[in-house]
Write a protein that binds this ligand. Sequence first.
Ligand code: PLP
Length: 433
Amino acid sequence: MKLYSTNNKSSEVSFKDAVFNSLPQDKGLYMPHFIPVLSDEFIKNLHTYSLQEIAYTVAEALLKDSIPADDLKSIIEDAINFPAPVVALKDGNYVLELFHGPSLAFKDFGARFMSRVMAYFLLEGEKELNVLVATSGDTGGAVALGFLGVPNTQVTILYPKGKVSPIQELQLTTHGQNIRAIEVDGTFDDCQELVKQAFVDDELNERFRLTSANSINIARLIPQTFYYFNAVAQLQLEGKSDIVFSVPSGNFGNIGAGLLAWKLGLPVKQFLAATNVNDTVPVFLAGGEYQPKPSVQTYSNAMDVGNPSNWVRIMDLFNEDAETLRKLVKGYSYTDEQTVDAIKQVFQENGYVVCPHTAIAWLALKDYQSHSSEDNTGVFLSTAHPCKFPEVFPENIASKIEVPMQVKELESRTKQSVSLGIDFEGFKKFLLG
Ligand SMILES: *Cc1c(COP(=O)(O)O)cnc(C)c1O
């Protein structure tokens, strides 16, 4: 697999370099030079394959000889070791549950695959890797668990003090080993700023091999295509077609992977990009200007993004053809009040509890269906387990949320974190230790 930067289409880097660089020097995003179309035979028979078999076929088609077949198989078996079931609701729609991984959010797919790919390349004699990651909540947990115990890697997670949920904090701070957490007395933006400064600091770059684990890494995007194929596989078994995927969106990595799956030949009728009031993309999809703006805080905080970092990649996938993109992807955005009402309504109608991000995708699906007379099979993606956001739910619903085993287990552990301010010198001193 060879990749180019969206800012320089004639550039060419290997998959390995793209994974370790994360971002090209010219600040574009890496994209594959060649996106194959999978055979009709494979697509027609998706239902005969397991999630891991599908993952292998898709990854192999994209990566080609970047990783030998047997090694790629082991990476997938190790990384994608939890299911992504499609669950039928009473209202006729389906929910694609992506929260059965260790951090209880869909980011486990990307983080686990990426960490294993990095570890694989490190085995070839690369220098120890220092992963720096700023998190507003979900990314840190997925990255921590993805890299936990991976040889030759050190992970440093920065999170804003008092601004992540109690479960998220436990997921960041209770591992030890090669994972350490820094509680920053500031906002998520301050955390991100510290990480950015570290990446351009000469002394730190001389001492360490720094890499970022954020969602623009191509090794996080690829594994997110797997569950779209696997969802279609499960719906084939029920004789369903004309699939409409509704995707809760923030940085647009998740829906970006869905669109990549579509390019790879997956039959999808329509994508819905569902956001909270951070509606930069829905405004554009409705025919307006693409105008990034500062993010606004909401209940669906993993989607509080005013300038989605994967958007460039999506435009590139469509050769900047906004018209085609606007046909395939419709945008929707909702307030916190609508989000809470949706949580209640889904619960009343289906006895099913959705997290605030997922509720927004359900709303978009309902809106789409109420304005469309065409046949469709509605699937909304559930990006996180509701127990990660306990403060949003009314008491009668909160008490219905089953807390998974892995969370109960976390509660018995002690928090280990270092407190730092927002000054770069303090952070640098800590890293140089
Ligand atoms: C990260 C996240 C999102 C947003 O996904 P993007 O790929 O950034 O669009 C949505 N929901 C949850 C729960 C998340 O953690």
